[in-house]
Design a protein around this ligand. Structure first.
Ligand SMILES: C[S@@+](CC[C@H](N)C(=O)[O-])C[C@H]1O[C@@H](n2cnc3c(N)ncnc32)[C@H](O)[C@@H]1O
Length: 430
């Protein structure tokens, strides 16, 4: 007797969402359905068991590929990378005098790995320094291993940096120079699975970059992964998420480190231990090489859009000294700091509301207010704030602010958040 047909794709959606940690969007659900609909002979009730079994691994990998968002770029989010260089990598190189160990978790097709390798090389880090790239998608990792890029992708890289670290491998194609390439390693790894990778000899990582990955996750998976990543940091290690993924209430394992244009999360130290990094506003260094713009000074901000790298989504903050926007930015920075602290501040939402009264189109502040409300369980209010932020981004009214210079990413984050909250609360879409 033939096995019964699967009653709709719902159980498969749920399983894929659970395995990947993602809150599936409507688009991802449609992609899954299209993929499942192409299976010859339809799906039996046993298909879910098949996906869960080792024999179903290849089919599961195809489904994951169908929904995974692998958009990435070399030197993505330059202001944040400049802050990473100045406040994290430079101090680590100066202090540790040993090979650094970096991990790009959710590296997609390898651009972030190449970026980190070039940054380490430009800083004169120990030549034994390594970068591990991992991703849930096998096909992404296969491409990443090549570390091969088109001339178009390399347009973001300044000519001197490109000439130092990339070599042609065919018409319009470039790869990293051999000795840099050797420092990269890749593995397929699902952030929902343990054990997590370790660096050589079971050591922790000095830097873990997990950018633009958790934005797609459910809040529960997000939290779980952050704690697991924190457990893989070296004692003075630093976690870098993207600006659109700020931690609300950092877990006790992490301490929020605020630079002038970016946030990082340091592994929490025992009392009295020294820290690397220079997370203080005002104590900022000038760049020591020409690859990335400086941050922290007006001059640096200007360099960020000076054309050495075509600025992607990075808009120069308004050169005001005072006024409602400056006040709104200051309130936003304060609220962001509270939101990332280990204890919830009852003032966060109020501060954000005051900030938005001064500048209703500070979309990042509205997004953060949405996150705070979502965490408090006020789903309808959260959805409304996310929608308003999305509208002001879509209509081009949104102003950028330090920490959230990339409105294109913020727009993706807001759209995801609207869907997530509408689904969680079964709120009617507007
Ligand atoms: C948008 S890309 C980000 C690439 C890079 N980090 C960047 O910022 O440019 C997101 C990547 O996360 C990966 N990903 C999604 N869920 C994952 C999971 N559960 N474990 C590991 N990687 C995952 C996707 O396959 C995709 O390649």
């Amino acid at each position: 007797m033939a096995p019964p047909a699967l009653p709709g794709f719902g159980p498969i959606h749920a399983y894929v969402a659970r395995r990947t940690g993602m809150a599936l969007s409507d688009l991802q659900c449609r992609r899954l359905d299209e993929k499942l609909a192409t299976r010859p002979g339809g799906l039996s009730a046993y298909y879910l068991l098949h996906l869960q079994s080792p024999a179903g691994a290849a089919d599961m990998a195809e489904l994951i590929d169908a929904i995974s968002v692998q958009k990435t770029e070399l030197f993505r989010d330059e202001p944040q990378l400049a802050a990473l260089r100045t406040h994290v990598l430079e101090p680590l190189v100066a202090k540790l005098h040993r090979p650094l160990r970096l991990w790009s978790a959710g590296c997609a097709t390898g651009e972030e790995v190449a970026t980190l390798l070039v940054m380490l090389a430009e800083l004169g880090a120990d030549p034994g320094s390594t970068v591990l790239g991992t991703d849930i998608s096998e096909s992404a990792i296969t491409r990443a291993r090549e570390l091969c890029f088109t001339a178009e992708q390399l347009q973001r890289v300044s000519p001197p940096v490109r000439d130092r670290w990339f070599v042609p491998v065919g018409p319009g194609r470039f790869t990293l120079v051999g000795h840099l390439k050797e420092r990269a390693s890749f593995a397929c790894h699902n952030l929902m699975d343990s054990p997590y990778p370790t660096a050589a000899e079971g050591q922790g990582f000095d830097v873990i970059a997990c950018r633009n990955v958790l934005i797609y996750f459910t809040p529960e998976s997000f939290e779980r992964v952050v704690v697991a990543l924190a457990g893989r940091l070296a004692p003075e290690g630093m976690l870098m998420l993207s600006a659109a993924e700020p931690l609300l209430r950092a877990p006790p394992e992490l301490r929020t480190v605020r630079c002038d244009q970016a946030f990082f999360y340091a592994r929490a130290q025992e009392r009295g231990a020294s820290t690397v990094g220079t997370p203080v506003l005002g104590a900022l260094k000038k760049p020591s090489y020409s690859g990335l713009p400086a941050v922290g000074s007006r001059q640096g901000s200007e360099t960020a859009t000076s054309g050495r790298f075509p600025a992607v989504g990075a808009t120069k903050p308004a050169p005001e000294e005072s006024g409602p926007h400056v006040e709104a930015d200051a309130l936003f920075a304060k609220a962001l700091e509270w939101a990332g602290g280990s204890e919830a501040s009852p003032h966060t939402a109020d501060t954000l509301r005051r900030c938005l009264a001064l500048d209703p189109d500070l979309a990042a502040a509205r997004y953060l207010l949405g996150m705070v409300l979502e965490q408090e369980g006020a789903l309808a209010e959260a959805a409304e704030e996310y929608r308003r932020a999305l509208r002001s981004l879509e209509e081009g009214r949104a102003r950028t602010t330090p920490f959230f210079l990339n409105n294109a990413r913020l727009q993706v984050a807001c759209a995801r958040a609207v869907e997530r909250v509408e689904r969680a609360g079964s709120l009617p879409p507007r």
